[in-house]
Design a protein around this ligand. Structure first.
Ligand code: PLP
Length: 381
């Protein structure tokens, strides 16, 4: 238990997430700084675009400032307008719904499936109206949404699909990589994501004219053929060459980072199996999920204490956890317009009330896993 204590004898805190920057990250950032290419042009950006498009098996990858603006740009490029409706899960990070509001449209929340925790194709049908323009399919906690089923519905109703793949770098759906399964996909490289540059994001897609429109919107709307001439209102949503340097180093080790995280997942599963009341994230037969944050659910009746009490116990032991997302339809900016629709999202609410993310990062040790799982076991009544 020695490595557990700091020099002053206190128990070392285990964060819920931490980036793994142990490869060429520092060297590439130093190189970017020395080259003085610190803004939004430079060799690391070009290299990242190529490497990330390859990873996602798409024609284009467009780096942007973060995952939220990636979603905003996707909706702008797809011409989503005030009055439009966009189908989204409520069990997701707030950015998914906020991006819909940024363009003046209304997010219409759809319940998730018990066997994927992603937006339910079955429930989607009844949420479609004449105002519905598209679907944001979130690959929640690394698990891909059922894209073929969503595509059938989208095609039948003339809808587009955006994949929100912020939590699912390198996940596979029926052997195909996420990022090229919808009309456009968005990624985040926030510090707690699988591939991280602190802040950062990207869009991936195959459609050349949509890609051109996204680049135009990202770069203040400046005419690519005429410098300092602005035919439209654009945005400054660019990524820096310094952040791209970090991403190039991350992509070199992507498979290594993912297999390390996968080993952490297996370590949790082996230790937590059989504890009464602890449930696990399901994996659909066609899915090869990507290991983001390890998920458990706590059935208070069987486990003996609530999810929140367990989280508190872990916190007292110096272990940080994170409750599942608060359903967006219950949050102040959304609750009022949602209550008028009088629709229930029971699966979403049940998962949100019982789910907990456990610490997951590449350099966690077996001793960390032992300590976390022993604390969980000791909390069980
Ligand atoms: C992290 C995340 C985002 C937003 O990404 P940022 O880079 O933090 O802006 C969007 N959607 C989902 C599902 C996320 O987890």
């Amino acid at each position: 238990m020695r490595g557990d204590r700091t020099m002053s004898g206190e128990r070392r805190r285990i964060p819920v997430a931490a980036p793994d920057l142990s490869g060429n990250e520092e060297a590439y950032v130093q190189d970017a700084v020395r080259s003085t290419w610190i803004s939004s042009t430079g060799p690391y950006l070009a290299r990242f675009e190529k490497a990330f498009a390859e990873m996602c098996d798409t024609k284009f990858a467009i780096p942007v400032a973060n995952g939220t603006v990636a979603l905003h740009l996707a909706l702008l490029a797809l011409d989503v307008k005030p009055g439009d409706e966009v189908l989204v899960p409520s069990l997701t990070y707030i950015a998914t719904a906020n991006a819909v509001r940024y363009v003046g449209a209304e997010p219409v929340f759809v319940d998730v499936d018990a066997d994927t925790w992603c937006v339910s194709p079955e429930h989607l049908h009844s949420a479609i109206t004449s105002k519905t323009k598209g679907i944001i399919a979130v690959h929640l906690y690394g698990h891909p949404a059922d894209m073929d089923a969503l595509r059938r519905i989208a095609t039948a109703h003339g809808l587009w699909i955006v994949e929100d793949a912020a939590e699912a770098h390198c996940a596979h759906y029926k052997g195909r990589r996420v990022g090229g399964l919808g009309d456009v996909a968005t990624f985040s490289f926030y510090g707690n994501k699988i591939i991280a540059s602190g802040e950062g994001g990207a869009l991936t897609l195959d459609d050349a004219s949509l890609a051109e429109r996204i680049r135009l919107l990202r770069g203040q709307g400046m005419d690519p053929a005429r410098r300092y001439y602005f035919p439209i209102i654009g945005y400054n949503y660019r990524l820096t060459n310094v952040a791209a340097a970090l991403l190039c180093a991350q992509l070199e080790r992507a498979q290594q980072i993912i297999s390390r995280r996968r080993a952490i997942f297996e370590g949790y599963a082996a230790r937590l199996r059989g504890i009464p009341g602890i449930g696990f994230q399901p994996t659909a037969a066609w899915a090869e999920p990507s290991p983001w944050l390890y998920c458990i659910t706590v059935d208070e009746g069987a486990f003996g204490v609530s999810r929140d009490r367990l989280s508190q116990r872990l916190d007292e032991e110096g272990i940080e956890t994170r409750p599942f997302f608060v359903p967006i339809h219950t949050l102040p900016p959304y609750v009022e317009s949602w209550s008028r629709r009088q629709r229930m999202l029971p699966q979403t609410e049940q998962l949100a009330a019982s789910g907990l993310n456990l610490p997951t990062y590449a350099h966690m040790s077996e001793a960390d896993l032992d300590r976390i799982c022993a604390t969980i076991l000791s909390a069980c009544r």
